[in-house]
Design a protein around this ligand. Sequence first.
Ligand code: GDP
Ligand code: MG
Length: 419
Amino acid sequence: MAQASTQIEARRKIPRQPECNVGSAGHVDHGKTSMIQMITGVWASAHSEELKRGITIKVGYADAAFYKCHNTAPPASYSTLPVCPVCGRETELLRCVSFVDCPGHESLMTNMLAGAALMDGSLLVIAANEPVPRPQTREHLQALQMLGMKKIVVVQNKIDLIDDEAAKKSHDAIKNFISNTVAADAPIIPISAQHNINGDALIEAIEQTIPTPKRDPAANALMHVLRSFDVNKPGIDISSMVGGVLGGSLVRGRLHFGDEIEILPGLPEEKGGKFSAVTTKVESLGTGAGMAQEVGPGGLVAVGTQLDPSVVKADLMVGSLLGKPGTLPPIWSHVKLDLQLFESAVGSTELVKVEKVRREEVLRLNVGTASVLATVTAARESTAELELRKPVAAEANSRAAVSRRIAERWRLIGSGVIE
Ligand code: GDP
Ligand code: MG
């Protein structure tokens, strides 16, 4: 993947903090990461293991600024450039957007769900040269529907590989698949991510379909942690080390340089496996537009802290909530869920019927960006009580995605609202 490293170097700076998150969804290899690269110029999948294996493992991200030319007819008027690529005139900045790149591999649904928790809209990528739907095309759309995601653009990718007749057939198969789903009315945009075809039409569809939601910047800050890193180079001198960095999005409020912050559920205590809250200070704030004195709700931000990098490294803090001390939602180690199970789930090759939740079975819950295993302690017709293996911070009435092991894999079987 030589292409990948050169693209990382070509990372473009955007003019201001992104104001919303647009996510990718869809089956592995259908072109999610390529599509984000076409728009942003960035290969978002940068983890060394990802480059080696050629698939997205962690949730990746990249930012873009969208511009419109008032002299050129749409969709060619839409671009990511301050100068119109058609007429050369200055374009108007519409908004800056973060792209959240989710993995499509079946074993990585947890990472997909964590990314989906922060999406304001989603691009469902479907390869035009494959039968519709492939398993994770179905599972991801089920997940988006379950999470209440209504802002969806369907992207029919790889149109360079097929002729017009096959493209029409693929379009009809996609249309048929999305009918009766939350994406029934979604636009279907044919593109070739690899050959940079129809990127302008895709930006136009994003502008028309995925508006920036209203958020309250005056409220107490609440950030969901999607990634956490040690950004120090190996072997660095202790005196020049910086604290752990948390990446994610604020759903409300603002963070300022120097703010005291609390992170929940925090870190496990040395003995007994109990968690205790962590408080620290904002040491730096980064966005796609550079370092900032303050950040607001919207797209992805990186918060530098005074935490020991070793407790933050390798995504150890993913799933945490961050905000002003004393203002964060409660911590749960036991939950009662009001369940809504799917009729069928994606199985090994075919759909399988979803059986009722049973006492003592182990399920996986995804709440916000957190993922946790949980043992069912009581199960009734439409409710279940579960003991979580590690605590989760979440607002009451949050929706948890519920997965069960089917044919050796965790499969999404429905959701439950925390009572
Ligand atoms: P992801 O798993 O959905 O993120 O898919 P990737 O973006 O990693 O792409 C998977 C493979 O498909 C890579 O080898 C890409 O080069 C290739 N690919 C992506 N988009 C296109 C396209 O539009 N046309 C063709 N021919 N290949 C593509
Ligand atoms: Mg990918």
